[in-house]
Design a protein around this ligand. Structure first.
Ligand code: DGY
Length: 333
């Protein structure tokens, strides 16, 4: 029997490709660059399955271009790039990669927090430039972390992991929840408090963003939010760029309205807002939150298992529209 055709829109760790090759005829974008929209739509036209990236819009136009599609697997946990309602309307299952990148992303948030608080990148630059004149009592003074208040915006998997990693630093933890539901892990293990957003802004010394991008969270952090934060506070974002209004952040950092920021994600990637690159109190990474060997490999194998299941008409492990299977004991009609 002929194998189904699968397209992978950018090279991913080979464990995922090898797994998929056992069940499908797999083609991978041969170039290490994102496809243009026209290239993407053309590449998927004969495909039964696709593994794609958070940078590609999976919408009605995409589904029209891939009339034989039986499943789409996102190589990311965030899925604001997918029109899930449209996929569901067309009976096409879609999946993401939750769980396998939780620790990697939480660790990256801590790397940013420390880098911003202790001025790591700024200091590194001075060493490399050869302009360091030797030890000085007032050089590169940053902020201590122990005992300071950590605010978690969006205490889902990654926000919870980030907060639990604060245990070595005895930090009081505040968190917000879009559903207003208590996070019993954080409350029981850390004595964390669920608070309104404004309270979190006013009381936190470090704020880490872990909420998905939705219409309600777009530009959640704008000039008004920055004006409510402590002038000594730091903001970390490893979630999605548009949760922050980046021009307002640049203005707040420039005016010293907040002390610093550590960013892994941007409003219009791969670009950054004008002025951000010139600010010493911002640490900027190129969206590498999940970039560990372990996470990226596990993302590849999870996406591959998900797609293999969808090609077989079965419910993938981490399905975004499970209702397509509910009526049918785990298989599509
Ligand atoms: C995700 O998975 O959503 C990250 O942004 C990339 O790994």
């Amino acid at each position: 029997m002929e194998k189904p055709k699968v397209y992978v829109t950018r090279m991913i760790p080979k464990a995922g490709i090898e797994l998929l090759r056992t069940v499908a005829d797999v083609e991978v974008n041969p170039d290490d660059r994102p496809l243009s929209r026209a290239e993407l739509l053309n590449a998927v036209s004969e495909c039964h399955g696709v593994i794609g990236l958070l940078t590609e819009k999976i919408d009605a136009e995409f589904f029209d271009a891939a009339p034989r599609l039986k499943g789409y697997a996102n190589y990311a946990v965030g899925y604001d790039n997918i029109d899930v309602a449209e996929a569901t309307r067309r009976g096409i299952p879609v999946s993401n990669t939750p769980g396998v990148l939780t620790d990697a992303t939480a660790e990256c948030a801590w790397a940013l927090l420390f880098a911003a608080a202790r001025r790591v990148v700024e200091s590194d630059r001075v060493m490399r430039s050869g302009s360091w004149s030797g030890w000085g009592p007032l050089q590169f003074i940053g902020a201590g972390v122990r005992g300071k208040t950590l605010g978690i915006v969006g205490a889902g998997r990654i926000g919870t992991a980030m907060a639990l990693m604060s245990r070595g630093f005895d930090m009081p933890v505040l968190y917000t929840s879009s559903s207003n539901r208590k996070n019993t892990v954080l409350e029981d293990r850390l004595g964390a408090r669920l608070v309104p957003f404004d309270t979190l802004l006013a009381e936190s010394d470090f704020i880490s963003i872990h909420t998905p991008l939705t219409p309600a969270t777009r530009h959640l952090f704008d000039a008004k939010a920055f004006s409510r934060m402590k002038r000594s506070a730091y903001l970390v974002n490893t979630a999605r760029g548009p949760v922050i209004k980046e021009d307002d952040l640049v203005a707040a950092l420039r005016a010293g309205e907040i002390a610093g920021a550590g960013l892994d994600v941007y409003e219009a990637e791969p670009a950054m807002a004008d002025g951000l690159a010139g600010l010493d109190n911002a640490v900027v990474l190129p969206h590498v939150g999940s970039a560990t060997i372990e996470s990226r490999t596990d993302m590849a194998t999870l996406a591959a298992r998900n797609l293999a299941a969808m090609l077989a008409g079965q419910r993938p492990e981490t399905c975004l529209n499970p209702q397509l299977f509910d009526r049918n004991n785990g298989t599509t009609a």
